[in-house]
Design a protein. Structure first.
Length: 471
């Protein structure tokens, strides 16, 4: 495939802009049909998608692909199709007495042509999920998927090209240079999922065109564990959330604050649970590899640094030689690593979980609140007052209580970050609204009270102004 150029990308955008100008309001029936196409695309091509992702990762659990790429995407399309008529309805809102007589309305109208920059860790779900929201809103979309999953990107491009005209949905592939050109274009909305570091460049590029932007970023998502919670109950959701997709998940638990003197015991419990999940993990098809040599080297360096500093490192038993060349890293837990280590300064994005001791719930909340706002926060407690204390004392993109990551699976809940972890949100109705313009409309009758407040200002004006000041 010929690499895209600035001119070819611009030509695609201009074709979509021209198509949008011809048909600026896609009907409910057309949008529902678009969403049905996306649902059928993933369901009918499950095997091909799983094969492409597996090849790109050098080993990706096909069961996890089925759940987290195919099922999640199909459910999102189905949810949008089912609820779209309600979302599209013109909404009547109250009209204050000072604006009467008249009627006030809110219309959700498509923004136009949107750009979607998607990451490698869930290359289908995180490309098609934003596309579902854009199509539900009646927009047209150009997608730039990650160069780290080239087979999946090419497959996605082909499957979409077979089902949509290029002036409605198109894909451009390429590396960081293509992404830079892509983000510099004048879209009506730009949607980026990826690292906070790159998110800053995306925001700067969008700002030059005054393009509204949604940033789905990441950060260090903490776990706060009440001292009264049994460790065996916590180990299962921690191991599942951290080691799913080998930890390459933006909302994976990034570090644990265990209240009481239980960090080491909890660490051992998590490793035992990992052994239950992934027996013989080095050859287990359900344990995913790290996506690239560069990412593998970064994670290995984190573990080596911790060992060099004398940190207690727990891992599933393995033969290092058997892992050579596979890009697999053993499920790893670190006990009380110092704050200056890379594993505590950077988002980990791998199968490594630091477990730290904490004196109290209040101290745990203070530590979380002192850092950047995380994309997700997890709290384990059966005491509702403690859960409320954590929610009231911290700020994060989303929260799951007594489990990990499940909040993002509910299409009725908005998904997005805050501060360093992102801006804007999507999923379900919130995604429809993200790609829509909420257009305010006021309809006055043949006569309107605004005639009473025009110059020359006299007694009637003062009377109406007095009412306005009190209402």
């Amino acid at each position: 495939m010929t690499p895209p150029t600035s001119d070819s990308i611009r030509a695609l955008i201009e074709a979509q802009q021209a198509a949008f100008a011809r048909v600026p309001r896609r009907s409910l029936a057309d949008r529902r049909r678009d969403l049905g196409i996306i649902e059928a695309l993933v369901l009918d091509n499950e095997a091909a998608i799983a094969e492409a992702i597996d090849a790109d990762f050098g080993g990706r659990s096909r069961n996890e692909t089925r759940l987290l790429e195919i099922a999640v995407t199909a459910q999102a399309a189905r949810h949008a199709r089912k609820n779209l008529s309600h979302w599209m309805k013109v909404r009547t809102v109250p009209t204050p007495s000072t604006a009467a007589p008249g009627r006030s309305l809110v219309r959700h109208e498509p923004k136009g042509v949107v750009g979607i920059v998607s990451p490698w860790n869930y290359p289908v779900q995180l490309s098609l999920g934003p596309l579902i929201a854009a199509l539900a809103a009646g927009c047209r979309a150009l997608i730039k998927p990650s160069e780290l999953t080239p087979r999946t990107s090419e497959l996605t491009a082909r499957l979409l090209a077979e089902r949509f005209p290029a002036d409605q949905v198109a894909v451009v592939t390429g590396g960081a240079d293509v992404a830079e050109v892509f983000c510099s274009q004048r879209f009506d909305h730009l949607f980026y999922t990826g690292s906070t570091r790159i998110g800053r460049f995306v925001a700067e590029a969008a700002a030059r065109n005054l393009t509204p932007v949604t940033l789905e970023l990441g950060g260090k998502s903490p776990v706060i564990i009440d001292a009264s919670i049994p460790l065996d109950r916590v180990a299962h959701p921690l191991a599942w959330g951290r080691f799913l997709n080998a930890g390459q998940t933006c909302v994976a638990p990034d570090y644990v604050l265990a209240v009481g003197n239980r960090a080491e015991a909890l660490g051992h419990a998590v490793i035992r649970q990992a052994g239950v999940f992934y027996p013989d993990f080095a050859s287990n098809p359900d344990y995913t590899a790290i996506v690239s040599d560069r990412h593998h080297a970064r994670l290995t360096a984190m573990i080596d640094e911790a060992r060099h500093r004398g940190v207690q490192v727990l891992q599933l038993p393995h033969d290092a030689a058997s892992l050579a060349g596979s890009r697999r890293i053993a499920p790893t837990v670190m006990i009380d690593p110092p704050a200056d280590l890379a594993v505590m300064r950077e988002e980990i994005f791998g199968p490594v979980l630091p477990v730290l001791s904490s004196d109290s719930i209040a101290a745990s909340c203070a530590r979380v609140d002192a850092g950047e706002r995380p994309l997700a926060l997890y709290v384990f407690s059966d005491d509702r007052s403690i859960v409320r204390q954590v929610l009231d004392s911290t700020l994060s993109g989303g929260v799951s209580v007594n489990t990990t990551m499940v909040h993002l699976s509910n299409e009725h809940l908005p998904f997005g970050g805050v501060g360093e972890s992102g801006s804007g949100a999507y999923h379900g109705q919130r995604g429809f609204e993200e790609f829509s313009h909420a257009r305010s409309v006021f309809e006055a009758g043949r006569w309107h009270s605004s005639r009473l407040i025009a110059p020359p200002y006299g007694a009637v004006f003062r009377f109406v102004a007095a009412i306005a000041l009190k209402s």
